[in-house]
Design a protein around this ligand. Sequence first.
Ligand code: SAH
Ligand code: SF4
Ligand code: F3S
Length: 443
Amino acid sequence: MNKTYKIITYGCQMNENDSEKISGMLKEMGYTPTDDEKTAGVVVMNTCSVRENADERFFGNVGNFKHIKKKNPDLILAVCGCMMQQPAIVKQIKEKNPQVDIVFGTHNIEHFPQLLEEFIETRSRTIEIYDDDQGLVENLPVDRKYPFKSYVSIMKGCNNFCTYCIVPYTRGREVSRPHEKIIEEITRLVEDGCLEVMLLGQNVNSYGNDRRDGYGFADLLRDVNAIEGLRRIRFMTSHPKDMSDAVIEAIATCDKVCPSIHLAIQSGSTRILKAMHRGYTKEQIIALVEKIRNRIPHVAITTDIIVGFPGETEADFEETLDVVRACRFDSAFSFIYSKRSGTPAAEMDDQIPDEVKHQRLNRLLDVLHEIGNDQNAWFQDQDVEVLVEGKSAHNPNKLSGRTLNGKLVNFTGDMATIGTIIPVHIDRAKTFSLDGTAIGSLN
Ligand code: SAH
Ligand code: SF4
Ligand code: F3S
């Protein structure tokens, strides 16, 4: 039997973290990874539904497996992730994609080994989707990509129901992991050589709200900060409405918590923010960012922005540009609004024409790049601390890694320093990255 597997991951960090768990479970079952999906024994497609083009890409790729399976008929094709939580998608797979063997959702990834074994025995298609969480499952094996840095999910789901967003429907309600379990997991990771953790949640600032024991995200940051041997703590995503003074204070005072905040604003127009159901105003964003910058020196603040939300006028868009200029974001993911059926915004009047959306995106990118360039300029000729992640993607003779505040650095140095934290001198600051030279030895 062909016990090789390939996982294709389409989505966000949470989706990647699920793939790491699926990979861990497959390894425990005696499978080994392969890069070639055409010759693999098992292929898992872990889908994302956040924008329409993600759906299209998935159906294109799933269609290719009709041909691949003609040549490799024993290949087992499993699909999972956020798209599978939408009945219309599962229906389309059932009716039009007989090449798919196993379908499961975001609430039951721990059942995958069982579903796979059942399929191998019966060779009949298995579909298992739950509407909501089946309770948190702890201690799944996780196949982590790097030994020195790791994702740690601290919560699942989202309660916010922003009117454009599909995530609350695909990931269910917020469920926070007990903090003892999180601390235990990170302690074990550090024993295994992990230096940096990224605490993951759709809205980490509301961590603990569902547990009602008074223990929140600020407490978690402080307790993780106390873990000996851990060097860096990152977290994402932060929602402006839940960014409390207690959390800002914890970031400012915990030495391992990186001065790097992904604060997703989505828009700068109070009117659009209201229609998005975000719960804050233009003025509140500007005041919050100013407060964070005053309290946390050299903090990098990054964001997510959507252009072309239904009803967005030229004046609304200008307000977004105002906020971007006032907040001086270090970088941003900017998205063209994508209609997701089942969300309230999909039904709103006054959907914006594609060409207007594209034109606004380009104008936004111009402003973001100019500011990003200025923000990076500060680093010119500075010495910074870098966690060396591997060879540079652009030049295999160089290394790359990230500064404390998350800036990408490509630099000349010793390959033996991969996986360690070293000082690097920045020779040249660029718009999207920094170029440098390692100075000093291993620490
Ligand atoms: N929970 C996080 C991330 C959610 S998804 C947060 O609230 O920030 C990541 C990003 O995708 C969002 O921040 C948003 O900017 C974008 N996004 C979500 N739905 C979208 C849609 N329908 N169209 C375009 N972008 C969308
Ligand atoms: Fe989506 Fe809003 Fe939840 Fe983020 S906070 S996942 S944008 S509903
Ligand atoms: Fe993530 Fe996409 Fe789901 S962004 S939560 S994988 S819809």
